[in-house]
Write a protein that binds this ligand. Structure first.
Ligand SMILES: [Ca+2]
Ligand SMILES: [Ca+2]
Ligand SMILES: [Ca+2]
Length: 351
């Protein structure tokens, strides 16, 4: 059995402004609040905290993200629910924030391939499920839906607080016994789902690993009046700025073959899932299914893992500051070799 990792985004209107001060070098602080009807056990809360601590060890943005967590009774067969607050932001504002926040080589590549101007051009699914190149400068081209935690990573302010959190992650009490809440030598029993992996995944959604393609797909599946607002509001996310189907082809259509790319589609880093209803059967707010990544749409029993390089590249590109990786031994050798050569050159110059 595998644990299906789902996401239910909720958009909230929030005020938005530019933060005044440059962040200093610290770490992401995640504040968890237990909103279970019966308080979580110390073991359960500890596992949630371990997942939060994991992200704090990887992301160095000096911001605080508030997440309500817990176990409650949910509807039949619902394992868990995660939702994030989000705000509509103009593409111009978002692009400026991405440029100003760029620190890594990944960021430099990513921002240099962003479309210029104030209106995006992309391939999009229409209300009748057809596809067209949407470059008509309507609201869906000019505004994006950005998770409040992602806004914080970009130095943009929100009005979230401990009582008005950035996200809510709730699991079903009925499935509580199917989880293992601690890892032993990095592993969990073969018949248990690793709660820490699941919690890290859900926090990843809260931090901005989401796609507006799911909102379109779910609207089409429900066949309701939201189809009439595809052009008139923000639907797509910062992560959708890196969703391609070919070189130069930004593509937020439901279904097909889509991949994560930071160089305008020239290089595919990882495949994306493409929709629970009209796509590959999995929510588009995930990487694909064939490679183990933290943000793939499911975790199998007995499996334990954290973010991969692909996962971290995505968080880096959408505005997070990723802690520098510890160089591998071969890189150390290269670095030391480089320093030795530099020292030699200086001595020669001094001689
Ligand atoms: Ca449009
Ligand atoms: Ca970054
Ligand atoms: Ca940042």
């Amino acid at each position: 059995m595998s644990f299906r990792l789902t996401l239910r985004p909720v958009a909230l209107a929030l005020s938005l402004g530019l933060a005044g001060l440059a962040p200093s070098a610290h770490a992401l602080n995640i504040v968890l609040r237990d909103i279970s009807s019966t308080p979580m056990t110390a073991e359960q809360l500890g596992a949630f905290q371990q997942a939060a601590n994991y992200w704090s060890s990887k992301l160095t943005d000096n911001v605080t993200v508030y997440i309500d967590v817990g176990f409650n009774s949910l509807g039949a067969n619902i394992l868990g629910q995660a939702s994030s607050s989000a705000s509509s932001v103009s593409y111009s504002t978002l692009r400026s924030a991405l440029v100003n926040d760029a620190k890594s080589a990944t960021d430099a590549t990513a921002v240099s391939h962003l479309q210029t101007g104030s209106s995006l051009s992309f391939y999009a699914t229409q209300g009748d499920l057809s596809t067209r190149l949407d470059n008509d400068n309507t609201a869906n081209n000019r505004f994006l839906s950005v998770n409040t935690a992602n806004l914080k990573a970009l130095g943009l302010t929100t009005n979230t607080t401990a009582n008005n959190p950035d996200a809510t992650i709730i699991f079903a009490t009925g499935f509580a016994s199917s989880f293992a809440y601690s890892r032993v030598n990095g592993q969990v029993p073969a018949n248990k789902t690793d709660f820490i992996t699941v919690a890290e995944h859900e926090i990843g959604h809260a931090l901005g690993f989401v796609s507006g393609v799911d909102s379109i797909d779910e609207c089409l599946a429900a066949n309701n009046s939201c189809k009439n607002s595809f052009e008139t509001q923000a639907w797509y996310s910062p992560l959708d700025l890196f969703r391609y189907s070919a070189a130069g082809k930004l593509d937020v259509t439901v279904g097909g073959t889509r991949y994560f790319s930071i160089d305008g589609g020239a290089t595919a880093i990882e495949s994306f899932s493409t929709g629970a209803y009209n796509g590959n059967g999995w929510q588009a707010s995930h990487f694909g299914t064939s490679v183990i990544t933290l943000m793939r749409p499911f975790v199998g029993d007995g499996q334990s893992y954290d973010a991969t390089t692909s996962d971290l590249l995505a968080f880096d590109a959408i505005g997070w500051d990723v802690a520098a990786a510890v160089p591998e031994p071969a890189s150390y050798a290269l670095l030391l070799g480089g320093l030795a050569a530099l020292g030699l050159k200086r001595r020669r110059q001094a001689a």
